[in-house]
Write a protein that binds this ligand. Structure first.
Ligand SMILES: Cc1cc2nc3c(=O)[nH]c(=O)nc-3n(C[C@H](O)[C@H](O)[C@H](O)COP(=O)(O)O)c2cc1C
Length: 323
């Protein structure tokens, strides 16, 4: 089947095992996609569009992660769109046991991280370091898909480590190990988060795969979502930075400054309600403001980021949310 003739709206048999309710997915983001942020975004985008989200990666070293830690990552709320639990590790026994516990903890889907460029992951030969060895990718996916009973296992990878020469091999390896979906972030590890956006790599992944591919990297507007599907043939599109700038990106709603301020205020309040200090919650809000564009709220970004008084920052948000 050629890429252009692939029917984007027809799920393949592999895809039908996936629990996603729509074509767009919120990317796993460490330090961001904890339960509060996920819930705020999921609640603002219909499940028929924003079809799923992911936890931050859970690092597995040489021992399995306790079930209660996995439950905390999954959060208590259940949404119409599923939240997959993401694991990263190189110890296959520990990963497999953690995968089994994740299913028992209620994860509707397990995702494996082959993209993390952080030194800690690379030292442990996990994350993007695995991409130099497709056989290792396959073994990692297989260890987890053999360990779970009823949930799909998916793989999220960068286009390569130093270069993209093993892209197709890694996509096929993940599928051979049992991945029901392969997400490809179109940058290599060497490109880190540089502005290099080469979606032809996604088309290559689609051609190499027999099942569905999720494209990722460089989606900055609602229009880019469909454009990525059309240009690459991928069936799902995952958004990271674009959703930090505009949590409504999946529906394309252009919100006003009042609505945007209400989001940030609710984010802070709910973080505090879930145990964070006010200071910690405002730090998280500022972390979002670094990327934020919704509602034109951060045209004076520096003035928000330089605000040292937490109450003053929250007061500004309160005033805007009442306007
Ligand atoms: C703050 C931050 C944290 C991230 N943490 C993770 C993570 O835990 N797991 C993962 O697979 N990717 C992680 N990523 C990568 C994103 O999921 C995504 O692949 C990347 O940002 C490219 O997509 P984008 O161009 O839409 O942002 C992270 C990215 C950011 C910006």
């Amino acid at each position: 089947m050629t890429q252009t003739s692939r029917d984007l709206d027809q799920p393949s048999s592999a895809e039908s095992s996936l629990p996603f309710t729509g074509p767009w997915l919120l990317a796993p983001m460490e330090g961001v996609t904890e339960p509060v942020f996920r819930e705020l975004v999921l609640n603002r985008n219909g499940a028929e569009l924003l079809g799923g989200a992911f936890t931050e990666f859970v690092r597995v070293t040489d021992h399995a992660i306790p079930t209660k830690v996995l439950r905390a990552h999954l959060g208590e709320a259940r949404h119409e769109a599923p939240v997959g639990l993401q694991l990263m590790g190189a110890d296959l026994e520990a990963l497999a046991l953690t995968a089994r516990r994740a299913e028992e903890a209620g994860a509707p889907l397990l995702d494996l991280n082959f993209g993390c460029p952080a030194k800690g992951a690379l030292r442990g030969c996990a994350g993007s370091a695995t991409l130099t060895d497709p056989a290792r990718v396959e073994a990692t996916v297989r260890a987890c898909s053999d360990a779970v009973k009823n949930i799909p296992v998916t793989a999220k990878m960068r286009a390569g480590y130093e270069d993209d020469s093993l892209l197709e091999d890694n996509v096929r390896a993940a599928e051979a190990g049992g991945a029901a979906l392969v997400t490809v972030h179109c940058r290599t590890k060497a490109e880190n988060y540089s502005p290099v956006i080469d979606w032809t790599r996604l088309s290559r992944a689609v051609e190499a795969a027999t099942g569905p591919v999720c494209g990722n990297g460089g989606v900055r507007s609602h229009r880019d979502l469909e454009r990525m599907r059309e240009e690459t043939g991928c069936q799902y599109v995952m958004v990271g930075h674009g959703a930090l700038a505009d949590p409504w990106i999946f529906t394309g709603t252009e919100v006003d400054s009042q609505t945007a301020a209400s989001f940030l205020l609710e984010y802070s309040e709910r973080l505090v309600a879930s145990g964070s200090s006010t200071k910690g919650s405002v730090q998280r809000v500022k972390q979002l403001i670094v990327h934020w564009s919704a509602g034109g709220l951060c045209e004076d970004r520096d003035s928000w980021l330089k605000e040292r008084d937490h109450e003053a920052l929250l007061g500004r948000l309160r005033a805007l949310s009442r306007q």
